[in-house]
Design a protein around this ligand. Structure first.
Ligand code: MG
Length: 180
């Protein structure tokens, strides 16, 4: 699955979510990544690699849908070079850095929307949000490399989960009553 296909399929279940709702989604899913990494690095838990993959996919989903809400292509937020920042430092440190990067960028998105009225953002704010989303993609990509998966595989697993959860598109009722 390429990134364009992923964004199209991800947006199938975005409904009419506002920028603020999507920003809260980024914050929530970033927190789930942070919690898994904290437990692994800080509390010596076994890394639940599949769960981390899933949560990275959840963050990516919100990045893809917020990009759509801003009228930009997810592919334009991807780095145009191979990102190899994890090669020179220990894996746990690299994973910790990727997780703090994700949460930091999530925070920047929230601060910007909290400082505006959240509904009518101007051109400069929109450009800033796109930069923060690009930083999120970098950190998600870095986390993927740290655990030895490709971001495209994380994206594909995310779509599989949403297909199971919302076979006919997003519905609030299915969201309220889902088991997983
Ligand atoms: Mg999640």
């Amino acid at each position: 699955m390429n990134i364009d296909e992923y964004q199209t399929l991800a947006c199938r279940t975005m409904g009419d979510a506002s920028l603020t709702t999507l920003a809260l989604g980024i914050a929530g899913e970033s927190g789930e990544v942070a919690d898994l990494v904290k437990k692994h690095v800080g509390h010596s838990h076994e890394l639940d690699r599949e769960k981390l993959k899933e949560e990275l996919g959840d963050v990516l989903w919100y990045v893809a849908t917020m990009a759509r809400a801003l009228g930009c292509e997810l592919r334009d937020l991807f780095p145009s070079y191979s990102f190899e920042s994890t090669t020179n430092c220990a894996r746990k440190r690299a994973l910790e850095r990727a997780a703090t990067g994700i949460s930091a960028s999530a925070g920047r998105v929230l601060i910007l929307l909290n400082d505006s009225d959240g509904f009518s953002i101007g051109y400069e704010e929109s450009q800033a949000l796109e930069r923060f989303l690009a930083q999120l993609v970098l950190s998600i990509n870095d986390a993927c490399k740290t655990i030895g998966v490709e971001i495209e595989d994380v994206a594909a697993a995310n779509i599989d989960k949403l297909r199971r959860r919302y076979p006919d598109g997003f519905s609030s009722e299915r969201s309220r009553n889902r088991e997983e």
